[in-house]
Design a protein around this ligand. Structure first.
Ligand code: SAM
Length: 260
């Protein structure tokens, strides 16, 4: 899978893309990450990319020329004009924006199905609306807060999407992870069996795979009920008969604990 990142700060991506799972995936050729410096398409001797907002007000706004140039020449995508609209690009061009659809695991799965994605990192007060209207496929937010620029948001999205690309995760399976279904993952334990007097749940060392699986599912339900009850409504629609029975058990146990 190929990621193209349009940014004023390509150096910000050097560290995160070299390390750990992403670094290995790049070295193995499973993913490619290309950064494009929007300033290379800036205007004049100073490579200007921003300007004052029409109508006045604080801050600067991305002018359209440099971002259009970066998309057309950097990504090889033909963009249109008022007279000659262009067909949609072959791959999504995402704008990092606090006004976009909030990114979640379902969107990560959807985006991981594309062979190529472009991510545009905003800065300043934002972008001239003609860029958003005529060059961007979709606006994506990483949450209801405002960052200084889109770079950290782009890294979050590249990380979450790249780990869903086949073979990127060597050992871990994304199958049971939090939010793959509307469910938080169960708690994990590793050696030593006793640490500072604290043990591990006996069932996990019993070697009984069926019981371990049931315990884990029940603990996942318990966590979800306590921490993210909002997920339960969606989850209930997806449970099979056995899972539904385990949910009833957990609800019963939680209720009796609440009353004791
Ligand atoms: C200071 S913000 C601009 C905020 C804008 N004036 C507004 O109120 O909607 C600058 C850039 O940071 C990025 N950004 C800020 N918050 C973000 C978020 N929650 N998710 C994704 N990108 C974000 C966007 O690319 C944005 O263009």
């Amino acid at each position: 899978m190929r990621f193209d990142i349009l940014t004023l700060f390509p150096q910000m991506f050097e560290g995160p893309m070299k390390e750990s799972i992403l670094g290995r995936a790049i070295n193995q050729g499973l993913i490619e990450v290309h950064t494009h410096n929007i300033r290379d398409w800036g205007l004049g001797r100073h490579k200007q990319v921003d300007d004052y907002p029409y109508g006045g007000g604080a801050g600067m706004v991305f002018r359209p020329e440099a971002v259009f140039g970066a998309i057309e020449e950097g990504l090889g995508v033909k963009l249109g004009s008022a007279e000659e609209p262009a067909p949609p690009p072959d791959f999504p061009i995402l704008l990092m924006s606090p006004q976009g659809q909030v990114f979640d695991q379902a969107m990560a799965q959807e985006l991981a199905a594309y062979p190529r994605l472009a991510l545009v990192c905003g800065h300043y007060e934002g972008l001239d609306e003609r860029i958003v209207q005529h060059a961007i496929t979709r606006e994506v937010s990483i949450g209801d807060f405002v960052l200084t620029g889109g770079e950290l948001a782009a890294m979050v999205i590249v990380d979450a999407v790249a780990r869903l690309v086949p073979e990127v995760l060597a050992e871990e399976s994304p199958g049971e992870e939090s939010h793959t279904r509307p469910l938080l993952e169960y708690p994990h334990y590793t050696r030593p069996a006793t640490f500072r007097g604290w043990g591990v749940p006996e069932i996990l060392v019993s070697g009984h795979h069926g019981k371990v699986a049931d315990w884990r599912f029940k603990e996942a339900l318990r966590r979800t009920i306590k921490r993210r009850p909002d997920l339960l409504v969606k989850l209930e629609l997806q449970l099979d008969k056995k899972e539904r029975k385990l949910l009833e058990q957990v609800l019963g146990e939680e209720e009796s604990q609440g009353h004791s």
